[in-house]
Design a protein around this ligand. Structure first.
Ligand SMILES: Cc1ncc(COP(=O)(O)O)c(C=O)c1O
Length: 366
């Protein structure tokens, strides 16, 4: 029987069981010592911050109001970063965006691979015939200055390109868009966790296929494309899973809703080739880091049966970094995180904290 129907059957079986995705008995994990150590410590921090954030919702709102936002060339308070609901970007989902990480290093905060994220942002604009108001170096400087003005040691940057004009018709009124840059701490400001509660996640193969490159420019990080990830994650949640794995329209493994997917088989790191997936900067980074570490890598067409054969599976992306998967459908993985995931996670932590000479050029000091 082909692998895909097997997983669909599995998902409905799981649905009947209605498991708690964080239940250790269900996950097949034996003890706390199984947890991914670095992630676990981050977890504790984000749990504390979540508690704080909930307290903020009850009483005074804490940090968010204090954040400074870059909007169209000026710096404004968080609450003034607004556009009209009838704007083209709200009505048609035409805003493009990037999510970038900045990290605490001995030399102060540093933005990770800023050049790559800005280049991808400009590529999204080019794919959609949108005209940027700033050059690549102008955007990089605006990002660095926004981080400086917010005084955080580490966190998330959201770069947004949008049409604020009121528009009813499908085409935007003009090509020139505006830029906004937000800087925040995901847990402390938004009350959202950076890492899975238990250090690993469950996933199912979605009934939804990854957007086909012949229907829209899928490499553009444009809000409208994200309905694909939204429906897949909604389905996964309703079936009792944390994350979704999307196949492409040819039936090969594509990626997660908003994450890249990696598998390890026979010690080799596998991921889908570009074409039907987002040109993820974390994916590109991990492939390069893995090769530097002497690991064998492969980027190509992956049959869904690879999920049954893989020794390790993890999602990867800017926000979640490496997210180990402990279960896909009814397949329970034994060692989570496995040795390859663990080694890569540790090396990435070293790189982003400024401790790795070889990759220090990836850090842009603020
Ligand atoms: C569809 C999709 N795939 C993969 C990723 C990971 O990309 P990156 O590593 O650049 O964050 C994202 C991130 O938003 C995404 O939306």
């Amino acid at each position: 029987m082909p692998a895909f129907p097997l997983f669909r059957k599995t998902c409905s079986w799981i649905e009947r069981q209605r498991p708690d995705p964080y239940d250790r008995r269900f996950s097949g994990r034996s003890s706390d010592s199984d947890a991914f150590p670095v992630m676990e410590s981050e977890n504790k921090q984000s749990r504390l911050s979540l508690k704080d954030a909930r307290a903020d919702l009850r009483g005074e709102k804490r940090m968010m109001k204090e954040r400074t936002v870059f909007v169209n060339g000026t710096y404004v308070p968080w609450d003034d970063a607004k556009i009209h609901i009838m704007s083209h970007s709200v009505g048609r989902g035409s805003s493009i965006f990037e999510v970038i990480g900045f990290h605490d290093t001995p030399n102060g905060p540093a933005v990770f691979r800023l050049d790559e994220y800005v280049a991808r942002f400009r590529n999204s604009a080019a794919l959609l015939d949108m005209e940027p108001p700033l050059s690549a170096s102008g955007l990089q400087e605006a990002v660095l200055e926004t981080v400086r003005r917010n005084g955080l040691k580490k966190g998330i940057i959201k770069l947004v390109g949008f049409y604020p004009e009121i528009a009813f018709k499908i085409l935007p009124p003009g090509k020139r868009f505006q830029v906004a840059i937000f800087v925040f701490d995901l847990a402390g400001d938004l009350g959202e966790s950076l890492q899975p509660k238990d250090g690993s996640v469950t996933a199912c193969i979605s009934k939804w296929r990854r957007l086909d490159p012949q229907t829209v420019p899928i490499e553009a990080k444009v809000a409208a494309n994200y309905i694909n990830g939204i429906v897949a994650r909604t389905e996964a949640r309703d079936l009792g899973f944390d994350y979704a794995i999307l196949l492409d329209t040819r039936g090969c493994i594509a990626e997660g809703g908003t994450e890249s997917l990696f598998l390890v088989r026979g010690g080799r790191l596998l991921t889908s080739s570009l074409g039907t997936i987002l040109n993820s900067i974390t994916r590109k980074t991990l492939l390069e880091v893995a090769e530097t570490m002497g690991m064998k890598t492969f980027a190509g067409r992956l049959d869904p049966s690879t999920i049954v054969e893989a020794e390790e599976i993890f999602f990867a992306g800017t926000v979640g970094k490496l997210i180990p998967v402990r279960q896909v459908g009814d397949r329970i993985l034994q060692e989570v995180p496995g040795p390859v995931t663990r080694r890569l996670f540790e090396r990435m932590t070293l790189i982003t904290s400024g401790g790795d000479e070889h990759f220090r050029h990836w850090l842009y000091p603020v």
